[in-house]
Structures are given as structure tokens and as C-alpha cells.
Write a protein that binds this ligand. Structure first.
Ligand code: HEC
Ligand code: HEC
Ligand code: HEC
Ligand code: HEC
Length: 462
């Protein structure tokens, strides 16, 4: 209450100052020319809006006139005009910020609110789906939610053979629990047909070696849990080093894949009849074998010379899974999701505030920061851009984009058609505040902006 009173008395004081100083009087069209005065937007008592405005919510106030049937119907703007880039809409959003914006699913009957906060640090546009998985009254009321994201996450199981061991794990996923398993021999990593060795024929340091005299039926296999994946790729490199090369031998090492480690499919066979000058890169799509028990193996066939070997290095299974997510999370206060985005749960009006099955979608966009210039930063609504962030509904003083727009009069009021800019915007000053990441003048990582286009014969009006 105290802060409201203070704001209100301050408003009355400035109101008086505005009324007496011509520089502060309203500029058209928000003025007498359209029968608009302070009271069209402000109300002295029991005001709904934070700036003592008649209507709660900055864009709702603007829309009370800027809508079909309103006094500014010629420049109507509906919420559905806001762009989802590449999908729909014709206007810059007025409900988004560095943490994106939140859309309530139409079937959602919860009265509780979900708001996004933070600064999105991801590199690609992304959506988060929030689903209530347990009813709850509110912040302390035990509601739970699950969240998933649109962007696939790249998980890797990688063995670059950092040590003379079968359990190397150098990828994003811990692979150490499912080590390479020998079959047909059981003499460990340092003996027999299958070994991990240090050799110049490896890509670097150590690698897996298969070979020797009788390799027939001897194999080494490794399993990986890919069940959450939507696509999987196996990559590795190999190099054959033989006693005599080329030769006419028919023995070899087969690369096989399996979904259950029982029935195997051969993807390639490396016949030990030629030498390779360097490690040879290999890549196989193994999406068809995605399972909790996916396995790969190298299986020997035939008999080779005692010093015929194939050296295999950097064995990696890349698995694309749906982006980050979690289930059974308490919907209390502000909860961090990932890549800089958090969601804040707000109480509703009727219990339970959060109902089972209710959904919200958070749309996050990269390369956007919160404005730093005070005039813009002071006019965010819940950390989001709104109409008054970019527009000064009181004044036409600031320079518009449109250089053909009328000049601001030297004395008195005027300037209709300058589109009520919050700050000078003749050289994109407003835009490059939040979009500073795009404000590059050389073609480095983005299309350059703010460059001078020469007025020659080859210049064409956009
Ligand atoms: C078209 C609607 C509209 C009209 C007309 C209007 N205001 Fe405002 N006013 C707003 C909105 C919206 C805000 C909050 C956003 C902002 O800060 O500009 C606001 C904010 C203010 C503030 C807070 C200070 C500031 O600029 O942040 C003052 C003071 C104010 N108005 C005074 C007036 C006075 C005095 C008049 C009449 C001479 C007037 N307003 C007419 C919409 C209007
Ligand atoms: C991201 C900044 C931004 C936001 C947010 C924004 N505008 Fe604008 N608006 C502009 C700019 C820039 C122009 C054009 C200025 C120029 O050409 O010089 C403009 C032009 C306009 C115009 C005149 C042209 C037309 O299309 O009729 C109206 C009216 C308008 N805005 C109203 C609104 C309202 C109402 C909202 C909120 C619902 C809003 N704007 C939100 C930046 C913004
Ligand atoms: C009381 C009614 C009313 C309200 C509320 C209102 N406007 Fe307007 N606005 C008008 C009228 C009338 C025009 C004249 C153009 C038209 O008829 O479309 C206009 C025009 C504009 C223009 C174009 C000005 C130009 O120079 O051409 C902008 C920008 C604008 N309004 C922004 C806003 C913003 C932002 C808000 C909310 C903060 C807002 N308006 C609230 C009535 C209103
Ligand atoms: C106060 C901060 C702010 C200002 C000022 C601002 N923008 Fe934005 N802009 C945003 C946000 C936030 C988004 C993301 C909208 C969303 O979530 O879809 C955005 C998105 C965009 C997009 C879509 C980008 C995409 O991902 O495809 C364009 C284009 C754009 N703005 C242009 C402008 C222009 C032109 C101006 C100057 C008139 C401007 N912006 C001023 C915050 C701002």
C-alpha cells in the first residue's frame, strides 16, 4: 500500500508539472486531436495498472484503443499478430524477453501461472514443454511437473583408449560400467588375439588390436544403452598392418552390430590382405539397432599371419536423444530448467492452482539480451518487452526509423507520424540494445547491419 501511495502522489506531482510545461504535454495522436487526455489512460484511484493506468497490463491498455472496434482501429494489434518466427505472426512480440515467452495450452484449466525468467544461453531456438504430473494448491501445495525440450541432445559413448584397459570412457556418457568383453578367449587386455596396445599404428597413444595366428571365432564386444535415442551413429578409425602386404589371405575382422547382443548384423569386413598408410575413418548409421542393449563387436574369421593386425581407435556411438528434461519436479517458486531458463510458478485463484495434465510451452530464442539503456530497461513487464518498452505513448520527440517522417516541431507539440519511439531509433538504437549480438558491421557470424549502401546504378530499393 505504501509504495502505491508514493507512486500515486509522485504521479500527481509530475502530472502538475506535465500540465504546466508544454514540453511534457501529450503529442498527437494521443492528445486532444483524438479527444485523448491523461485520463484516457490513467485513473486517479483504484487503478488497475501498475503505472496508475485504467487497465492492467501495458499491452492490454494499448489494445483497449488499438483493436478492432477501438478508437485506434486503423492500427489494431491483436495478441495473435505476435510473431513465432518462421511459423506465424506479423508483429514483433510484446510479451517476450531474454528468457523467451510462455504460451498456456488452450486445454489448460489451471489458474496458477507459469512465467519464464533468466537469459537463454542456448545456440538454437528451443521450446520447453511443462506438464503438471500431480495436482497442487500452489507454491507450497505439492504440485509436481515434468519438462521436456524440443532440441535433440547429442550423447556420446566414446573410447579413445586413454589407458591399456577395456573400460575407457571419454564421451559425454559414462561408458565405464560396460567394458569391452572378449569372447573365444578370456585372457584380458594384455594377452591373446584381442588386446589394447600402445602402437604407432594407433590414431594416437593406445588402441584396440585384433590379430595373430588363429583369429577365427574370437571377438570383442561392447554394449551401450541407447534406448532413449532417436538416431545413432557409430564412428571409429582403423589401420591394417601386415607381415606382407598386399597378400592373398582371406582372413579378416568383421564389424557387427546388434540390438540384443544375440543376433548380429555385419556392417563391414576388413580383410587382412592389404596395409593402410594411415588410420581410415569409418561411419555407420546404427539407428535401426537402438535399444537398451545395443552392442557392437569385432569378430575374427580365418587364420592370419602371426603379426597381421588391425588397429582400431576412437570408437564412438553418438546417440541423439530428446533434449534435457526431468520428471517429478516440485512446482514451487522458481525452478531452473537448462541453458539459463528458469520457470516461476505463481498461485492461481481456485484450488488446486495446478491441475494434473495442464501444459505450458516456453519458447526460447538465442542471441537476445535484456536492454541495458535505462529508458528501455525501466519499462519491462516481468522481464518481458512490452509496447511501452519501444514506444513512448506520451511523446513524439525521439527520432523514428522512417527518415521521411515529419520533424518534431521546434516549439509546441506535434510530430504525429513519428510513431512515438521510446528512444531515438534512426540508426536502430532501440533494436540493437536487445539485439546487440546481431549488431556486427563485418560479415562475421552474422549478416552485417548498419552498413552504408552506395547509391550507385546497382543499388536497388528494398
Ligand atoms: C495513451 C495512454 C496514455 C496517456 C494518454 C497518458 N499516459 Fe501516462 N503513461 C501511460 C503508460 C502506459 C505509462 C507506463 C509506461 C511508461 O512509463 O511510459 C505511463 C506512465 C506515466 C508516468 C510515469 C512516468 C514515466 O514516464 O515513466 C507519468 C508521470 C504519466 N504517465 C503521466 C501522464 C500524464 C500527466 C498524462 C497526460 C498529460 C499522461 N500520462 C497521458 C499511458 C498514457
Ligand atoms: C520491439 C519494439 C516494439 C514493440 C514491442 C512494439 N512496437 Fe510498435 N512500433 C515499433 C517500431 C520500431 C515502429 C515503427 C517506427 C518507424 O517506422 O519509425 C512501430 C510502429 C507502431 C505503430 C504505427 C505503425 C502501425 O503499424 O500502425 C503503432 C500503432 C504501434 N507501433 C503500436 C504498438 C503497440 C500497441 C504495441 C504493443 C501491443 C507495440 N507497438 C509494440 C516498435 C515496437
Ligand atoms: C485512448 C486510446 C488509445 C490508447 C489507450 C492508446 N492509443 Fe495509440 N493511438 C490512438 C489513436 C487514436 C491513434 C491514431 C492512429 C489511429 O487511429 O490508428 C494512435 C496511434 C498510435 C501510434 C502511431 C503514432 C504515430 O506517430 O503515427 C503509436 C505508435 C501508438 N498509438 C502507440 C500506443 C501505445 C504503445 C499504447 C499503449 C501504451 C497506445 N498507443 C495506447 C489511441 C490510443
Ligand atoms: C527490449 C528488447 C527488444 C528490443 C528493444 C527489440 N527487440 Fe526484437 N526481439 C526481442 C525479443 C525478446 C525477441 C524474441 C521474440 C520471441 O520470443 O519470439 C525478439 C525477436 C526479434 C526478431 C525475430 C528474431 C528471430 O529469432 O527470428 C526480430 C526480427 C526482431 N526482434 C527485430 C527487432 C527490431 C527491428 C527491433 C527494433 C525496432 C527490435 N527487435 C527491438 C527483444 C527486443
Amino acid at each position: 500500500m505504501a509504495s502505491k501511495l508514493t507512486a500515486f502522489s509522485w504521479l500527481l506531482l509530475t502530472w502538475a508539472a506535465y500540465a504546466s510545461g508544454p514540453a511534457y504535454a501529450l503529442d498527437p495522436p494521443h492528445d486532444v486531436s483524438r479527444s485523448i487526455d491523461c485520463a484516457s489512460c490513467h485513473i486517479s484511484h483504484h487503478a488497475a495498472g501498475g503505472s496508475i493506468t485504467r487497465i492492467s497490463g501495458n499491452s492490454n491498455l494499448c489494445a483497449s484503443c488499438h483493436s478492432a472496434g477501438g478508437v485506434a482501429a486503423t492500427s489494431a494489434l491483436a495478441n495473435s499478430d505476435q510473431a513465432i518466427p518462421g511459423v506465424s505472426g506479423t508483429s514483433h512480440r510484446w510479451d517476450s524477453g531474454a528468457s523467451g515467452w510462455v504460451k498456456k495450452n488452450p486445454a489448460n484449466t489451471s489458474t496458477g501461472t507459469v512465467r519464464s525468467t533468466g537469459v537463454f544461453t542456448g545456440r538454437y531456438r528451443k521450446t520447453y514443454t511443462i506438464t503438471i504430473t500431480a495436482d497442487g494448491v500452489g507454491n507450497a501445495g505439492g504440485a509436481q511437473f515434468a519438462w521436456t525440450t524440443s532440441t535433440p541432445q547429442r550423447n556420446t559413448y566414446l573410447d579413445a583408449f586413454p589407458a591399456l584397459a577395456y573400460n575407457g570412457s571419454s564421451g559425454t556418457q559414462d561408458w565405464s560400467a560396460t567394458a569391452w568383453q572378449e569372447s573365444g578367449e578370456a585372457d584380458g587386455v594384455a594377452a591373446g588375439v584381442v588386446r589394447v596396445v600402445t602402437n604407432a599404428a594407433c590414431a594416437a597413444g593406445n588402441c584396440l588390436r585384433v590379430g595373430g595366428v588363429i583369429i577365427n571365432g574370437i571377438s570383442v564386444a561392447r554394449a551401450a544403452d541407447l534406448h532413449a535415442g532417436t538416431a545413432a551413429m557409430l564412428t571409429f578409425s582403423y589401420r591394417r598392418q601386415l607381415a606382407a602386404c598386399p597378400n592373398t589371405n582371406t582372413d579378416g575382422v568383421a564389424l557387427q552390430v546388434s540390438a540384443d547382443a544375440v543376433s548380429w548384423t555385419t556392417l563391414a569386413t576388413y580383410v587382412l590382405n592389404a596395409c593402410d598408410a594411415a588410420q581410415v575413418e569409418q561411419a555407420f548409421d546404427v539407428t535401426a539397432y537402438i535399444a537398451a542393449t545395443t552392442a557392437i563387436r569385432f569378430l575374427g574369421t580365418g587364420t592370419s599371419a602371426a603379426t597381421d593386425f588391425i588397429y582400431v581407435d576412437d570408437v564412438q556411438i553418438e546417440n541423439l536423444v530428446a533434449g534435457g528434461g526431468a520428471a517429478g519436479v516440485s512446482a514451487a517458486g522458481t525452478v531452473a530448467l537448462d541453458e539459463g531458463i528458469s520457470v516461476t510458478f505463481g498461485n492461481g485463484t481456485s484450488s488446486p492452482y495446478f491441475k494434473l495434465g495442464s501444459q505450458w510451452t516456453v519458447y526460447a530464442n538465442p542471441d537476445i539480451n535484456q536492454p541495458t539503456s535505462f529508458a528501455l530497461a525501466a519499462r519491462l513487464a516481468n522481464e518481458k518487452v512490452t509496447c511501452s518498452t519501444c514506444h513512448n505513448e506520451h511523446s513524439q520527440l525521439a527520432e523514428p526509423f522512417d527518415l521521411a517522417a515529419p520533424a518534431y516541431p521546434l516549439t509546441g507539440n506535434g510530430g504525429e507520424g513519428r510513431h512515438n519511439q521510446r528512444l531515438d531509433n534512426d540508426i536502430n538504437q532501440i533494436c540493437v540494445d536487445c539485439h546487440s549480438a546481431r549488431n556486427v558491421t563485418a560479415a562475421q557470424s552474422s549478416h552485417p547491419v548498419g552498413i552504408v549502401i552506395p547509391a550507385t546504378g546497382s543499388y536497388k530499393n528494398p
